[in-house]
Design a protein around this ligand. Structure first.
Ligand SMILES: [Zn+2]
Length: 293
């Protein structure tokens, strides 16, 4: 599943390419992937100019001059590929990022008046592209409930700790995966940031010392930023030089590194289950409070 840094990588790429383009045609082949009334598409999408490309949590928002926006959730296997004078693709790292399009996975194609196209590909069809009045977006249940953006200036350690306290009796990993606590931290970044801050993922929030929560806040920001930097590759080297696992895994310290030495202390990384998710940690540096002598 694309995580926040990948979705932000897509946003950065599309924000350089889409604004100013005018929609000429729309094709789609799967109603759930493009659940929009034909009359709305005709009135508010075709003929509209792209104004901005935003992101909130893992959702992309393409704002149009018609006062409507396209809301895109990539879910498990979604990807967006722009083909024009330049080509840019990101999201689920399979070969359709660089293949001739439309492909078998193409669910929707948006054609622009200059001949360029935006392809929404999604093999498993869990993602979607919805057209909504821009003014209604903040009222959508998801946007109302989702927590602060970790990369915005307003995301302070104080606010982070206050939000975590609402989940004082859950594990720290479950708490940072909770999208109402903060937006967009998925399994990889949870494991990486807890390793960075030396916190056992199963520790109850109430048992984590404040200094470690402050360190965790900084670790989340640093890791997401680094990942966005690394994800800023083009479609071609995204697939070719990093392989199909995606570029964000190339710099991971613990995620999927079970059986390998911890890069800090050399202890063998272990994999356990926390919050229902496969969880990777260093058993020497990330101890539960009761493990302490
Ligand atoms: Zn270690």
């Amino acid at each position: 599943m694309p995580e926040l840094p990948e979705v932000e990588t897509i946003r950065i790429g599309l924000a350089k390419l889409l604004p100013g383009l005018i929609v000429k045609s729309v094709e789609h082949d799967w109603p759930k992937s493009f659940p929009n009334a034909p009359a709305d598409v005709k009135q508010f999408l075709v003929g509209a100019e792209v104004k901005h490309v935003h992101r909130r949590a893992k959702v992309l928002i393409i704002e149009l001059s018609s006062n409507y926006s396209l809301i895109i959730h990539l879910k498990m296997t979604g990807q967006l590929v722009f083909v024009g004078k330049k080509r840019f693709g990101a999201g689920h790292p399979n070969n359709d990022l660089i293949a001739e399009l439309p492909a078998k996975s193409t669910r929707a194609t948006i054609g622009f008046t200059d001949g360029s196209r935006l392809y929404f590909n999604d093999q498993r069809k869990f993602g979607w592209m919805r057209l909504l009045p821009t003014i209604e977006i903040p009222e959508i249940d998801f946007f109302k409930r989702v927590g602060p953006e970790p990369l915005e200036d307003g995301f302070t350690a104080k606010d982070f700790i206050a939000r975590l306290q609402r989940r004082a009796r859950s594990s720290i990993k479950a708490a940072i995966l909770d999208q109402t606590v903060l937006a967009g931290v998925g399994n990889i970044y949870a494991d990486e940031s807890l390793w960075e801050a030396k916190i056992h993922p199963a520790t109850l929030v109430a048992d984590v010392p404040k200094a470690k929560l402050v360190a965790l806040h900084q670790a989340i920001i640093d890791i997401l930023k680094l990942s966005i930097e690394k994800g800023g590759s083009t479609d071609r080297n995204y697939v070719d030089s990093q392989g199909k696992r995606g570029s964000y895994l190339a710099f991971a310290n613990v995620f999927r590194k079970e059986g390998q030495p911890c890069p800090r202390c050399g202890t063998t990384i272990e994999k356990i289950r926390v919050a229902g998710r496969g969880t990777h940690y260093c058993p020497r540096e990330q101890k539960l409070p009761k493990d302490k002598p």
